[in-house]
Design a protein around this ligand. Structure first.
Ligand code: TEU
Ligand code: CA
Length: 547
């Protein structure tokens, strides 16, 4: 039996590994082609075997599903196709029995336009809920400014009945909440307490860096009052020591991240920042403007964050989530070296300081999918096709960008077995199953000691065993190498070396003298040679001489 973390302890999450579930695509149990809460319950043993300490659950609240639940119409209810509140309570209890915390996804920047507050707000300018949203006067054809919404079109939508625009950073069905209104903030805090009282272990905060917005000045991320608002949220809603909170912050630089994850606990536990994940796009352009990844740039980016938050904050470590393409297809090789490169990327990431997040299927080395345009479901992808063509992309180039970057790459159903529909469902699912499920599935991975799954399982166990993973300082070696990512981690007592070959070629490498007699903790090949094999990764460990 693995040791379970004591979640009442301050900073327990620094020793934890989290696993993200996108419920729609995890496991269908009632034959409607959509994943559900009982489906998560069915696989808790699988997650326990993997060794994770918590589940970040993408939104399960009631929602019209314009953006797959990131448009919430009732923060205290469960979307009926996912199950009931009682299913949720069972999940919290059963997960807890296995030492697994449930981290809920809170979307506090905007609600659904079907939420009671917004329906009331539409009734009149002096309705008490009107000020829960962000409005501007004007005339239908002259919005206050030219801000654009993330999923296309203007960020301002006209309401003829009120003779006003409302502001939305995402779809028009996702109106932005007005955090300047104290009554709104109070409602949000009370709602959070409702879930804390149900035994929730913490929260992931959707686009939380956008709540200090000042749209009339064109400010969305990192507004002037942002950290003040976060501190109030933390004080009022996240009082317990043991709650883990992770903010999704596309706008976070090191300075902001130090404030958010300040060790004094006044804001959040940690944030997701996205610098590394944007290095393979044309700078200043969109995510659809593909560019090759520079390995030296990636290494310098990780080095800056590892150094920048050392002792002054806390990193979250991730390569995949429900918005990102599959990492093995992106920075690895999803053909011949799929297994080796998926393991290499895992070792590269999990060797660093921070709390790792594994996205469902990443532990199987699941890959991107190439669908015909009409089979994509994602609101962002649909807009991408229109906007890429409008920007002059030829159709093939737009399709190539979608195949590489669509969020639906991450959202295809979880591949459990080689049964029909990969064991995800008994009927054709809401989004096609990747046809490679005959080869890539959990059943096969569990049975194969050399699978990607078992590599993640060992990494999680090693992180628990050796304090250097949590505490060690970071030193980048070979910074200019275009092929190798090599670093060490150090405490007074322990010394760790991580060596990764990012290419499909053999690359000569001589281990530093300090690691001559070191123990090989983990590798994705057998015993080390003088040359690193394609996508080879090695973890070496020594204890330091004490005198
Ligand atoms: O994503 C934040 C966000 O800014 C996304 O638009 C992101 O830029 C895009 O997905 C990258 O391709 C969060 C959620 O993770 C996402 O699923 C939601 O659609 C979005 O917020 C709105 O709630
Ligand atoms: Ca279902």
């Amino acid at each position: 039996m693995r040791a379970v973390l004591d979640r009442t302890k301050r900073n327990w999450w620094k020793s934890a590994v989290f696993y993200q579930i996108y419920p729609r695509s995890f496991q269908d149990t009632n034959g409607d082609g959509l994943g559900d809460l009982p489906g998560i319950l069915r696989h808790l043993d699988y997650l326990e075997e993997l060794g994770i300490d918590g589940i970040w659950l993408s939104p399960v609240y009631d929602s019209p599903q314009v953006d797959n639940g990131y448009d919430i119409s009732d923060y205290r209810g469960i979307w009926p196709p996912f199950g009931t509140l009682s299913d949720m309570e069972t999940l919290i209890r059963e997960a807890d029995r296995r030492g697994i915390a449930i981290i809920m996804d809170l979307v506090l920047n905007h609600s659904s336009d079907r939420h009671f507050w917004f329906r009331e707000a539409l009734k009149s300018r002096d309705n008490p809920f009107h000020d829960y949203y962000v409005w501007a006067d004007g005339t239908p054809d002259s919005p206050p400014n030219d801000m654009r919404a993330a999923f296309g079109g203007s960020a301002w939508t006209w309401v003829p009945g009120l003779q006003q625009f409302f502001f939305h950073q995402f779809a028009p069905e996702q109106p932005d909440l007005n955090w300047e209104n104290p009554a709104l903030r109070r409602e949000l805090y009370d709602m959070i307490r409702f879930w804390v009282d149900k035994g929730i272990g913490g929260f992931r905060l959707d686009v939380i860096d956008q709540v200090g917005k000042e749209p009339l000045k064109g400010i969305t991320k990192n507004g002037p009052r942002l950290h003040e608002l976060i501190r109030e949220l933390s004080r009022e809603a996240f009082r317990e020591e043991g709650l883990v909170t992770v903010g999704e912050c596309w706008g976070a630089d090191l300075d902001h991240a130090r404030q958010y994850s300040n060790p004094d606990g006044s804001e959040l536990s940690m944030v997701f920042q996205f610098e590394h994940i944007q290095l393979d796009s044309v700078p200043g352009a969109t995510k659809w403007d593909l560019a090759p990844l520079s390995l030296p740039a990636l290494k310098r980016c990780f080095e800056r964050w590892q150094h920048g938050l050392f002792g002054q904050g806390w990193n979250s470590l991730f390569l995949d989530n429900h918005d990102l393409p599959r990492i093995v297809s992106r920075w690895g090789d999803d053909g011949r070296y799929r297994v080796q490169s998926a393991k290499m990327l895992a070792i590269m990431l999990h060797g660093m300081q921070g709390t790792p997040y594994i996205y469902q299927g990443e532990e199987l080395g699941m890959t991107n999918i190439r669908l015909p345009l009409e089979e994509y479901q994602d609101v962002e992808t649909k807009d991408a096709w229109r906007s890429c063509l409008a920007r002059g992309f030829p159709e093939e180039k737009a399709m190539e960008a979608i195949h590489a970057r669509s969020r639906d790459n991450a959202r295809t159903p979880m591949q459990w077995s080689d049964a029909p529909f990969a064991g995800f469902s008994t009927v054709s699912p809401w989004l096609p199953v990747n046809p490679n499920y005959h080869e890539i599935n959990a059943q096969a991975a569990l049975a194969d000691p050399d699978s990607v799954f078992h590599c993640y399982r060992r990494l999680i166990a090693l992180r628990r065993q050796y304090p250097v993973f949590r505490d060690g300082s970071f030193t980048l070696l070979e910074p200019d190498s275009e092929q190798l990512f090599v670093y060490t981690r150090d405490t007074d007592a322990e010394h760790l070396l991580v060596v990764c070959n990012f290419t499909a070629s053999s690359v000569p490498f001589h281990r530093p003298a300090a690691f001559a007699g070191a123990q090989l903790l983990l590798s994705n090949y057998g015993e080390p040679l003088d040359t690193l094999r394609p996508f080879e990764a090695q973890l070496f460990y020594t204890r330091k001489e004490t005198c």
